[in-house]
Design a protein around this ligand. Structure first.
Ligand SMILES: [Zn+2]
Length: 321
């Protein structure tokens, strides 16, 4: 009984550890090689919280991220150019390279597919600022369809800061599904303010003159941490709009821009290996309807394991091989 209580306390302290970043200071881009036993990570951020120094770490092979106490690692500081050179053969840097090849486009730069010719898709759900509640049906339907074959069900959620600030209940609901191991969510940075105007795309979204990228990227990560979310290495451009310069700047934060080749509400079809985009912020009724229909159409394939959901990280790890 004592042992059970002991294990329970450890588990409790580990889970609560990630959720107490309520006093983050000196949050900055900080590249370093971080070694612990035989494992190697790339630190991409450092910060202080209640006098303890932390790192945001990337596993360059699996693209998984974690936040940990800095003193647990042997650290050697690096420049971004060193990171690119030293880790050029890893999935992480290969993915950044592939994303760069699409940086010229004004819309949908970055990675827009994961594993071609595989039987399934990667689902990404964008949460842009909105006054409407979360379309919870997307998440509950995905869970219902896939739960017998895949549990937790992997999907990626792109969060904007202004959405998080206004939708604490919905965010807590999503977190509870992760805690219950129903969903495995990759949290994607979708910018803090997510500004949008009526101007042409070249002067819209993050291309609006005067946009402060440190606020859009780093303040959003801080808010994610404060809300108990571990930022992934991925970034989704608001409106999927970017130019060459801004793609390079986002990559210099150590982030991989993720586009989509199947924005359902725009009539784009989901093919094998697609990165599917739907908005879950209450503003894209058609996209949600199309997604529910897609699940219905694919039901026999899902049952026969011929159509599944891929984790964005694992999909890219395989896709860049
Ligand atoms: Zn958006």
């Amino acid at each position: 009984m004592k042992l059970i209580f002991f294990i329970f306390s450890i588990t409790l302290s580990l889970t609560s550890f990630a959720q107490n970043f309520d006093a983050i200071k000196r949050y900055k881009v900080n590249y370093a090689l971080a070694k612990k036993d035989n494992d190697q990570f790339i630190a991409i951020r450092s910060f202080v919280n209640h006098n303890q120094k932390y790192l945001l770490l990337v596993n360059p092979q699996t693209l998984e991220t974690r936040v940990d106490i800095a003193t647990n690692y042997k650290i050697s500081n690096l420049q971004y150019s060193n990171v690119l050179a030293i880790f050029k053969n890893t999935a992480y840097i290969k993915a950044i390279d592939i994303a760069s090849q699409h940086e010229m486009q004004l819309q949908n730069a970055g990675i827009d597919f994961t594993i071609p010719n595989e039987k399934g898709i990667t689902l990404t759900i964008d949460l842009c600022p909105s006054h409407k509640p979360l379309d919870r049906i997307i998440f509950s339907s995905a869970f219902e369809e896939f739960k017998k074959l895949q549990q937790p069900v992997p999907l990626a959620v792109s969060v904007s800061g202004k959405w998080m600030l206004k939708h604490q209940d919905d965010l807590n609901w999503l977190k509870s599904l992760v805690e219950k191991k129903e969903l495995d969510i990759t949290w994607v940075n979708h910018s803090y303010n997510h500004e949008v105007n009526a101007l042409p795309l070249a002067e819209n979204f993050l291309l609006i003159p005067g946009t402060n990228l440190d606020v859009e990227v780093l303040e959003n990560e801080k808010l994610m941490l404060k809300n108990g979310l571990t930022p992934s290495v991925f970034f989704r451009f608001p409106g999927l709009v970017s130019d060459k310069k801004i793609v390079e700047k986002i990559e210099a934060y150590g982030l991989i821009p993720v586009g989509s080749d199947a924005w359902l509400a725009k009539g784009q079809k989901a093919n094998a290996g697609s990165i599917v985009l739907i908005h879950g912020n209450g503003n894209e009724e058609i996209g949600v309807k199309d997604f529910i229909q897609l699940l219905k159409d694919r039901q026999p394939d899902i049952k026969n394991k011929q159509w599944m959901l891929f984790d964005l990280r694992q999909g890219l790890e395989k896709g860049v091989e």
